[in-house]
Design a binder for this molecule. Structure first.
Ligand SMILES: [Zn+2]
Length: 156
């Protein structure tokens, strides 16, 4: 039995959710795509964007382009409180559970977007208690909170 199923997402259009209880550390689904050289990724205008959701760095030489319909894992949404992470082993990329996941819970991971001036173009509706309202990687979210504080002061 597959560990996941496609569902209409609460977060965005479609997503994946757990088809059964999943233990932390479980390999849930392969993140499929095409292996390309990092050089090609750098030259291809398709990836000329820091927000390349479907591009994963595998090692010094190769990236994985997962922007294909056959890559079911691309339906997984971003969350500010994710239950999965995407990690490479060799030339394969897998989605792992980073905590125990209950049946029917939506799968999510941190898209890892950097914080830059256009972060407002990528709103987050994950609904997590710690949601900062935008898709920004965990390590940079404090910047948004700081920004909001500044904004408040100006409004007063
Ligand atoms: Zn969020």
């Amino acid at each position: 039995m597959k560990l996941y199923k496609i569902k209409k997402s609460n977060i965005d259009n479609r997503g994946l959710c757990a088809n059964q209880d999943i233990k932390k550390g479980t390999r849930i689904i392969e993140y499929k795509g095409k292996i390309i050289t990092r050089k090609k990724a750098e030259e291809d205008p398709k990836f000329d964007n820091d927000k390349a959701i479907y591009l994963f760095n595998i090692n010094k030489r190769y990236d994985l382009d997962g922007d294909f319909k056959f890559n079911t894992a691309r339906l997984i949404n971003h969350s500010c409180d994710p239950n999965c992470e995407v990690t490479g082993t060799g030339l394969k990329v897998w989605v792992y559970a980073i905590r125990d996941i209950k049946k029917n819970e939506e799968l999510s991971y941190d898209y890892g977007f950097s914080f830059d001036k256009d972060y407002r173009d990528y709103p987050c509706r994950c609904g997590a208690r710690n949601c900062v309202g935008f898709i920004v990687r965990e390590g940079s979210r404090w910047r948004i909170k700081k920004n909001n504080l500044k904004r408040k002061k100006i409004n007063i």
